[in-house]
Design a binder for this molecule. Sequence first.
Ligand code: GAL
Length: 512
Amino acid sequence: MHHPVSRLLAVAAATLLLGEAVAYKYHKRQSDNETEFVIPGASSYNGLNLVPQMGWNNWNAFHCDVNETLLLTTAQDMANFGLRDLGYNYIVLDDCWSIGRNASGYLVENPEKFPSGMKSVVDRVHALGFKFGMYSSAGVLTCGRYPGSLGHEKADADLWASWGVDYIKYDNCFNQGQSGTPKLSFDRYKVMSDALNATGRDMVYAMCNWGNDDPYDWAYRIANSGRMSGDIYDSFNRPDARCPCTEAIGCAWPGFHCSVMNILNKMPAIQSRTMSGYFNDMDMLEVGNGGQSDSEYVVHFSMWAMNASPLLIGTNIGTLSPANLAIYSNPAIIALNQDPNANAAVRKWRYFVDPDETGEGEISLWTRGMDNGDKVIALLNAANTTMMMNATMNDIFLDERTAGAYREPVQLRTTWDVYDLWANRMSEEEASSILNGNGTTMGRNVTTPTRYNATALSYEDGLANNNTALLGVKVGTIEPSGTFSAEIARHSVGVYRLRPQPTGSLRKRDEL
Ligand code: GAL
């Protein structure tokens, strides 16, 4: 049984027992007349991808220039550099891999790019400890004008399952006008969802419809992630007419050439539509591709992690610089992304301070609750000068403060320890030595401030044990009703994990 219906029912029952009001939808499965529950935010329609997928995708760096050697050497390098064991465990092959269909209607891989055959490539990627992802489009052609899967869903899903594929990225080009309403897009994307499920093989379904037709209302029902913007390009904040929308809602033409800040600022409105098993995909990472400064790449990586976006490395691993390895390898930031609470961040405020020619001089405060009761804050300075930035307890806990009839929430009466999650960034020397093949394998009981092996010890368990690599460095405390201040350089971010001090050290009783 592919669908864990009984598990979903158990989740529903447990949630009701906990006394939480849940709204759930159900429908009758036409095939077997079973009732299937899908509770938004509580689980996944197919039980997969309960935290955001991580891995590597060739598109941003290589576009159509793909072949089996690239995939296999990338996988080997990622294992050697510790990236696989940080959680980057999908190798995803994007567009341009096929040459057409055979007489039986099955897609055929390009034999010049994949001389061993795709099945053999998948097997060898699996043998290196990775899962394998592939690409097609819910259209007659892919965006690169290779054969698409519209009308061939069953044959294509069966073929991928027979190859041992674990993940399908499903694009939106050449859809023959079958878009423009949520119903048209839902129906078209659901055909592949059903075909993937019918194979009986677990395959993560990564929709890539760029946020068309309000997928925030329906995609969690049929997919494991969904792109929420037009394509990223390697720019921090440059506006581009080909990416016309500044908001996710009602964006009729998502386009492409969307900057990091453009995509980021589309996220707050759809914050509630990120959930365990369905993540809003902010697109593949550009860190390492050369269009942004080091601190801008730190913003890009941090804010994708804060917002529970899939983290797919989009650069050439073979030429990765020490600085970029250090960014991709920060376990304290990855742990935010992989937190089981599976929420996106809330943008608590945004001020325009010194607009430059891009019109985007702005600062903002983002917060996110963690499963263990920690709170994470990001002070983002996208303006052009260094700023002293303040996060007040009232702003950090705005939601708790406004949750009902006024009663000071416990968070405002708590003293919080503040940990800087970038303070332990791996040095260039250490990163160079790993890139030069001198990295040591990390075991379950090895702790260093800079390196982590999530294959050996999950992020959840590491956090429960206060693993130093996940906590960064303590830089202060926030007293009840206090304010945390930090100087943040231009185009930079400070990311801090707030951890409540034990209840015994609550507010000091100064009357005694
Ligand atoms: C775009 C998609 C990109 C990439 C490209 C391939 O539509 O958003 O991520 O897959 O097609 O042609």
